[in-house]
Design a protein around this ligand. Structure first.
Ligand SMILES: [Zn+2]
Length: 330
């Protein structure tokens, strides 16, 4: 079976049946189960338009999350700041005629105005980024299942349609397979965008079946350097802000050569040079202060770089690229 996606010229991408995991090989038994489920499901052979850049946005209240995680206490939300930054990013995406997947934190549905959600769903797709933005490896399967269910329910109310894409908060799904894949499949997720590796597993290009999902969830991995939890996901966030455009272009080319569909991930704050620094209590938290300061670097240049890339690539959402495959499952 072959599905043609996007527009322009097409590169036939073949799927094969040998290596099914990007990270976290958890034993011969699991690998065998994956191979078996893969053969049984006739995994689609996906073709993708040349020059596609998957545009993804993590829509979250980073001020609350960072302070909560580092200080260990609940924090007040900052919806006005999130809203202002989200509109700025939506303006940018409108200017370059891009479609993006907004991986949104479920809690924000009740905190952000309806008009913002309507603006997002008018031109983009909503994916899920958890309800509380918690590290999956820390919370374990039971709490992940509950958090995912809660997030999916409210996000589908906001989107007015099924939400089928998921990104793990902090890319924190390393080491969680096969239960992570099982829970995503059970919840009706179809696309996953958190697996990180240096090269797409041998025999695949662009995507592969997520371990544990029985072939129901398509993993669309991101290129990354390093091992374990120390992976650097270079085409997005801080690295995207700090790297010069030439280096970003080189990384995107490298990603293509290594079998990835190039993926850019940004947060609305990545293009906001005006947001105040996070406020930590005096005299402590040196490391987190430094990290908060770093997080503000390169914000002016990030939007310029996105503009430039829009001249080289067609920016599309995960659902826009995998739409045909998704509709098969729904
Ligand atoms: Zn996040």
């Amino acid at each position: 079976m072959k599905i043609q996606l996007g527009r322009g010229s097409y590169v036939p991408l073949s799927s094969a049946r040998t290596e099914l995991q990007c990270v976290n090989v958890s034993g011969a038994k699991t690998a065998f189960a994956n191979i078996k489920s893969f053969w049984q499901r006739d995994y689609p052979d996906v073709s993708v338009a040349k020059g596609t850049l998957l545009m993804t946005v993590d829509l979250e209240d980073y001020r609350r999350q960072e302070l909560r995680d580092h200080l260990g206490t609940p924090q007040a939300p900052s919806p006005a700041e999130v809203e202002r930054q989200a509109h700025a990013l939506l303006d940018l995406l409108d200017e370059i005629n891009a479609r993006a997947t907004f991986f949104a934190v479920g809690r924000l549905v009740a905190e952000l105005p309806r008009a913002l959600w309507e603006r997002i769903i008018k031109s983009h797709d909503i994916g899920c980024h958890g309800f509380e933005h918690l590290r999956i490896a820390h919370i374990g399967p039971a709490r992940f299942r509950q958090d995912l269910r809660q997030a999916k329910e409210v996000l589908e109310q906001a989107a007015g349609q099924p939400v089928v894409s998921f990104r793990a908060p902090y890319f924190s799904a390393d080491g969680c397979n096969p239960w992570y894949g099982e829970i995503l499949a059970e919840a009706g997720m179809r696309i996953e965008s958190s697996q990180r590796c240096w090269r797409v597993p041998r025999g695949f290009r662009g995507s592969y079946p997520l371990e544990g999902s029985g072939g129901r969830v398509t993993a669309v991995p991101l290129p990354a350097l390093g091992l374990g939890h120390k992976r650097l996901t270079l085409i997005g966030g801080t690295y995207f802000r700090l790297l010069p455009l030439g280096a970003v272009r080189q990384l995107l080319r490298l990603a293509q050569n290594r079998g990835f569909i190039p993926t850019l991930y940004l947060h609305p704050y990545d293009i906001d040079p005006h947001a105040p620094l996070l406020h930590y209590p005096a005299g402590r938290y040196i490391k987190h202060r430094l990290s908060a300061w770093m997080r503000r670097l390169g914000r002016r240049s990030a939007a310029v770089k996105v503009h430039a890339l829009s001249r080289d690539f067609m920016l599309n959402s995960l659902e826009g690229v995998f739409g045909a495959a998704r509709s098969e499952h729904l």
